[in-house]
Design a protein around this ligand. Sequence first.
Ligand code: GRF
Length: 199
Amino acid sequence: ARLVVLVSGSGSNLQALLDATADPGFGARVVAVGADRDGIAGLDRAAAAGVPSFVERVKDHPTRADWDKALTARVAEHRPDLVISAGFLKLVGPEFLAAFGDRYLNTHNTLLPAFPGIHGPRDALAYGVKVTGATLFFVDAGMDTGPIVAQVAVPVLDGDDEDTLTERIKSAERRQLVEQVGRLVREGWTITGRKVTIP
Ligand code: GRF
């Protein structure tokens, strides 16, 4: 299977996928990495792995809809079976969802529907929850609202700060992402309403 991974930052989830897919037995490979900004470690990781990458910046387009269209075209060039948002900090638009909506995964660093948005671990800590985690889901038009594929629980420990909690979540999140992407590409999936079924 062909994976396109979208990143905006450090790309540690991307790295976990690059490492796992180096084994041909995994059943998928990362055929391209896309970003919404230059100069990020995620792009260096793609280069180090010999994977082509592209950058599509919102500000290079007259409107957000034009950006969405350009991003859709860039991703489509690589004929992905799955598109994975791994720390990609942009909400895609209708054109992208029309093209990839049934195969666009995102990983979020809380147990959704609690604490959507970009400060999940900080918000979880501030609320005082004792368990949080990571959620893998298919993206829909909302923010962090789509049908859930898998979740992993992570404890909040006494003395945690945003960094320690974020890192504990990220290690579980990377494992979950690799396991579940492997399962999806090997077994396939169907989405019926909010329910994701893997045969
Ligand atoms: C992940 O924890 C993801 O849930 C959040 O941003 C982080 C991305 O990390 N949205 P990385 O760039 O894969 O290291």
